[in-house]
Write a protein that binds this ligand. Sequence first.
Ligand code: UDX
Length: 435
Amino acid sequence: MKIAVVGTGYVGLVTGACLANVGNEVICADKDAAKVELLNAGGIPIYEEGLETIVKRNRADGRIRFTTDTGEAVRESDVVFIAVGTPPDEDGSADLKHVLAVAKEIGENMNGHKIVICKSTVPVGTCDKVAKVISSVTEHDFDVASNPEFLKEGTAINDFQSPDRVVIGCASREAAETIGELYKPFMRRSERIVYMDVRSAEMTKYASNAMLATKISFINEIANICDRVGADVEKVRTGMSLDERIGPHFIYPGVGYGGSCFPKDVRAIASLGKENDIDTKLLDAVRDVNGSQKLRLYHAAKAKFGSLEGKKFAVWGLSFKPRTDDVREAPSLLNIRLFVEEGAQVAVTDPEAIDNARRDLADLGDAVKFADDDYAVLEDADALFIFTEWEEFRSPNFDRLKGLMSAPVIFDGRNLYQPDKMRERGFDYFSVGRP
Ligand code: UDX
């Protein structure tokens, strides 16, 4: 099929690359000329495992190309994906200006029937708005579908190539099945393509992310109770997870969820509810709990040290989760800011996210030092804080760690180590929800 993907962000690029990889002809369009130039020169603007190889192979075979000309991409394609960003407005609702601007451009460049697919996460009713904008500028026939993405950063290629499910919302069964054909090469079981109406598909995406965020806030609240009553949340979690109705996934306690999706989507669905006179108590609580949880280590440090003035802190892990360089809404940055505001010096490291963190923390100047070496940041540190569960932090050389630090104190926001073992090793060890 001939496919245009508008928006070469994380979602657009992965979608375009994976669809090209199964033989489609894909044109990716983006307004950002620098990005397009980089892509055309063989570069990849984001870090995502496996993406570079796929783009490279398909670019060499002429199945994927990049342009700043959205009109051309639309004219040459039968199917157009909209994968541009929907940043939150001040009130938390998704800002649709990019999506609707693309819709207008699609309409203006229609030269025959097209299927327009909203891949961006958009509030219920957006596809109808897209259809309205397109029909206001063209006489040509078209279908609009909602086909939300469920990709996780770090495993996006794998998620795209073996999805749990594909949701397609479209009023036309024929158009929906055409979209379904695009996904068949990836589906071991075609019944996992779920067809529905447009609004339900739009809602499915928000409901899924809100459910996952709820699970995380739930276990974090349980962890906080465990802390106080002498129970071990890791044992509680294991005990809970064997109930098939609960299951083992997404109930890992920690320092709260971050990233580009959960915080934005939980806000957006709550704000959608409120616009429709629904008092979204649960969704609001999910956000509140997460907001407090992100400060969990900061409060633990305050409880231990009182004043942070003059303290030297080491930080392992900056990205909001492992296997990504993304620091958006990352708990690490929030805590580092507070440490510095209260007079601490902070030395930080991360396997992938240093550049992004350096950019976001630039205003803190010399109070934050960046290093590539996990051990270098520990020199004379009064405490080590762990915000991200990167594999390489799981079994460090504890003797070396102790030798370098001025005091053997660890605040572990991801429960990487065993509390009893840490005590034996002579560490003052704080984790989440464990005695
Ligand atoms: C998420 C959804 O999983 C994906 O389906 C959607 O398309 C986009 O949003 P992503 O943001 O890449 O993907 O990250 P994810 O792996 O879901 O983790 C989100 C956050 O939750 C991370 O900060 C992670 O540390 C945290 N988390 C996750 C927990 O604290 N505990 C858990 O048990 C699971």
